[in-house]
Structure formats: C-alpha cells, structure tokens
Design a protein around this ligand. Structure first.
Ligand SMILES: [Zn+2]
Length: 287
C-alpha cells in the first residue's frame, strides 16, 4: 500500500534536528505532544499515537551524512519520552508539576512521559538527540537509566533563545526541578543531571549555539559552589569566544526550587532578572 504523501511545509513541527523531526500528527487530534516521528534519511513518518504512516516530501534531500550519535540505552527506554499518553500520564505529570510549583505545560515542554510507574525525563545531547532518560517516582526518588549519556535537560522553549544567541543570557541549573522552575519563570535554561555531570555536553552546547552570557544557579552549599566554579573554569578553557559567566546561589533554601517555594514567583523572577540585567550591562560596557 502506498504511503500517504505529505509536504514538510504542511506539518506542524515541534522539533527538528539533522536526522529527525517530531511533528503533531495530522491524522488524529494530536494536542498534548508531537507523536509523529519522521526519520530524514528515508523520509518516512510514523505516528506513535494512531499508527498513521506517511512519506514526507520537501525535506531537502541533502540531509547531512553525519552519523547520528547512538545512545547506549534501550530504544524501549528512550521511547518513554514519546509514547502516547497512557492512563495516568496526565494525572502524574500534573502531580510532578504541582510538586515543583509549575504548570503541566512546562513539564510537557521537556518531553516528559509516563511509563506506568515513573515520570520519564529525556536527557539530550547538544544536538537535541535523546541520549538518556531519568526516571522520577512519586516518592521523589529519581534515577538515570543505565547506559544514559550525561547530557542535559532541555525544554522546547530553548529553541527561541538559541536563534538569537547574542541576546540570550542562558541559565544553567543543577537538576530537572530547578530547570523547570526557571522555564516556568520564563528564562532560557538547561539543566545538569547533577552538580558535577554534563560538563562535556554543556561545553559543546554553548560552543555550538554561540551563546556568550551565562548564569549558573548553583545549589546553596559548598559542593554546589565548587562544582559551579569548576564548570565555569572548564567553559572558559574550552571555548574560543569570550564568555561572561556569573555564579549565583539561591538566597533561601538549598536550591532554586526551594527558593521559589519560599519567596514566590514575582520575587524569584526579579531576583534572576536583576542578575541578567547586570550581565547584559557588563556586555554593553565591554562592547
Ligand atoms: Zn496520529
């Protein structure tokens, strides 16, 4: 049976990298998240929601012959990020959102799924490919799936910031919860898996995007501070472009999420915005 043909320009695309596209499926009421997965090398799309398959035209056949990085994780594990909302998906994502004090759409921007017992949070490399998965249970425990790459947590809203690197002050947080809080407050952010991990991917991400203004929001303890300083040092050594880096420690609580919990939306947002303005001013002064 011939595949239904559809033009790329007619798709509602959620994310795209050199190898693949995630789009909202045109064949079913695809609202919650993109379920249509398209591989560029054969231009075939498959919907994880309804089973719709299609041939995608207008892909610009000169797909780079760069080998897609392989994650050492089972495809079944990675797929958690994209599986159709099964029973419990919305309820449990809502629970997670409530716990962090954010809304469910913020959680969804991170491609979070639900595998029946845990929320599954995709870990990306600097190219936007999923290289791992973190699971997060209702009791607050979390664990990275074995074989996962030490990448970053990243939301779909980071794309806007990447397009204009010269205007962007990128926040880097430790962990998924701080990252979601920063996204909810409206800031471009990437999250490290832990305070000592993800250094390589962050370095490549910043090098690739060309962002030069960075604020690290570190955990409010010695370990957090030392780890942040280490990352700044590594970035400054590795990157050729001049980098403006600021490290800030949450004013209250042990991390950004706790500070947000105690100080509220407006105060925390202004606290970050003030530091962003400061780093921008320094940038203008330096020309
Ligand atoms: Zn579909």
């Amino acid at each position: 049976m011939a595949l239904k043909r559809i033009y790329k320009k007619d798709l509602n695309i959620a994310s795209e990298n050199e190898w693949e596209i995630w789009a909202y499926c045109p064949a079913h009421d695809d609202k919650h998240r993109p379920n249509l997965y398209i591989t560029k090398d054969n231009a075939v799309g498959y919907c994880f929601g309804c089973g719709f398959t299609c041939k995608v035209l207008g892909l610009n056949a000169n797909v780079k012959k760069v080998k897609k990085p392989k994650a050492n994780v089972n495809w079944a594990d990675l797929q958690d990020a994209y599986t159709v909302p099964t029973k419990g998906y919305e309820v449990n994502l809502n629970k997670l959102a409530k716990k962090f004090g954010v809304d469910i759409s913020t959680i969804m921007k991170y491609g979070v799924g639900w595998n029946g017992s845990a929320c599954t949070i995709p870990i990306y490399n600097e190219l936007g490919c999923i290289i791992g998965m973190q699971r997060r249970w209702a009791n607050g425990q979390n664990r990275v799936v074995r074989g996962s790459g030490l990448g970053i947590f990243m939301s779909s809203s980071i794309l806007r910031a990447i397009r204009r690197p010269e205007n962007t002050v990128l926040l880097i947080t430790e962990g998924f919860s701080d990252a979601t809080v920063a996204t909810y407050l409206g800031f471009p952010v990437i999250g490290r898996i832990s305070c000592t991990s993800s250094t390589e991917v962050i370095t490549r991400f910043i090098g690739k995007t060309g962002i030069t203004n960075i604020i690290l929001i570190a955990d409010n303890d010695d370990a957090g501070k030392i780890a942040a300083e280490k990352l700044v040092k590594k970035l400054k050594i590795s990157l050729t472009s001049p980098l403006r880096c600021d490290i800030i420690l949450s004013e209250k609580g042990k991390d950004l999420r706790e500070m947000y919990e105690q100080c509220g939306y407006e105060y925390t947002k202004k606290w970050i915005q003030d530091r962003i303005n400061l780093i921008r001013k320094l940038g203008e002064r330096d020309g």
